[in-house]
Design a protein around this ligand. Structure first.
Ligand SMILES: *Cc1c(COP(=O)(O)O)cnc(C)c1O
Length: 355
């Protein structure tokens, strides 16, 4: 990671050339599938501009995301999903609408618009090894699908199924699920996102090549297969860079306190992991040496923890670079809690900062 000269801290730094290279790799690997990017992972316009040439469309899950992406890329295909769509959202132009319930389909038809629909299904499949499964309120079971089928008209057309089943699955698990779904579906099948990202081992990435080789072989005649990854597209390109302001030992536990906190980078709290980091020796203050350190931020809550008991050496004034902060990071965080300053934003090799 290149830390730009004179960077005010804390700051988010996005490596746009690295994002471009990564998305090119994904595109090449899944060239036989349609590729959408799930905007909720990170809607930053600078990132979207890098991603856009390499994807067939964007998956948006709210009226806000829809307006944001349409303003940036008028005419780019959008798939509109998400639970609890309002009537206004159901009127938004979209290449595909992912319908979540029979009542939502009735409301969509009642708008009088034309629409091409994928039914979001919530099948009873064993999803082993997932970080988060999407059972519960999402989509519909077999009875819900049955209820929808007779409702379609020549204006509101059934194009196929959408199934975003879990997040954090490796390629073999997602290929297995794809096989089950493609075996039962007709027309279009959107297999969702959920490709695994390992925060414990940042060098191990989802096996896009294996996925892109195997899934097209499972496709039956007449099927179009689309995927909509989010995290595995943008997680790697972002870093949250900050500085150590204090070190101490409390009842034997060593702590490093950094500027900012998890109100800027909520990912480790929501996922319950240690955010990977590197220390740049820019400091000259008191030190902790080669011992298990818990890194916390400036929030007045014991939950403000980036990483627990990681053996490291650092001093006050050192720069700490938290990696893998490009997805579900800034945009899911509770920025206003405690009224600390907002981070700076820098885009390596990109245009001037927009914030
Ligand atoms: C969140 C979401 C995605 C993207 O999931 P990732 O785990 O970030 O790949 C795709 N589709 C739907 C419907 C989602 O809700």
């Amino acid at each position: 990671m290149i830390v730009p000269e004179g960077l005010p801290l804390p700051a988010y730094v996005y490596d746009l050339p690295a994002l471009d290279a990564h998305v090119r790799r994904v595109r090449r690997a899944v060239r036989d599938l349609e590729l959408y990017y799930a905007v909720k992972a990170n809607p930053d316009p600078e990132l979207l501009r890098v991603i856009e040439p390499h994807v067939d469309g964007f998956e948006v899950s709210s009226g806000g995301e829809h307006a944001h992406v349409r303003a940036l890329f008028p005419g780019k295909p959008l798939a509109l999903g998400g639970p609890g769509k309002t009537d206004d959202e159901l009127r938004l132009p979209a290449h595909r609408i992912h319908v979540e319930s029979p009542y939502e389909l009735r409301r969509l038809i009642a708008t009088g618009r034309e629409a091409d629909v994928l039914l979001r299904v919530n099948p009873d499949l064993p999803v082993e090894g997932a970080a988060l499964t999407m059972s519960g309120p999402f989509g519909m079971d077999e009875a819900g699908v049955e209820e929808c089928l007779p409702l379609f008209t020549d204006r509101v057309r059934l194009r196929g199924l959408h199934a975003h089943l879990a997040s954090g699955l490796d390629a073999p698990a997602l290929i297995r699920l794809a096989g089950i779904l493609l075996d039962t579906a007709h027309g279009e099948v959107n297999l969702g996102g959920g490709m695994a990202v390992s925060y414990a081992d940042p060098d191990t990435t989802f096996d896009w090549e294996e996925y892109g080789r195997r899934v097209p072989l499972l496709r039956r005649t007449g099927q179009t297969v689309r995927i909509e990854p989010g995290r595995a597209m943008t997680a790697y390109c972002g870093s949250y860079v900050t500085r150590v302001v204090d070190v101490k030992r409390v009842r034997g536990q060593a702590y490093a306190i950094v500027l900012g906190g998890t109100h800027h980078l909520r990912t480790p709290v929501t996922k319950g992991h240690d955010q990977p980091f590197t220390v740049l020796p820019t400091g000259g203050g008191p030190a902790l040496e080669d011992e298990p350190v818990t890194i916390v931020g400036q929030l007045c809550t014991p939950k403000d923890v980036f990483a627990r008991n990681i053996v490291t050496s650092l001093r006050v004034g050192d720069t700490v670079v938290f990696g893998m902060a490009g997805a579900y990071a800034w945009n899911i965080s509770h920025h206003d809690f405690l009224m600390h300053p907002k981070p700076a934003f820098r885009y390596v090799n990109g245009s001037a900062p927009t914030r």
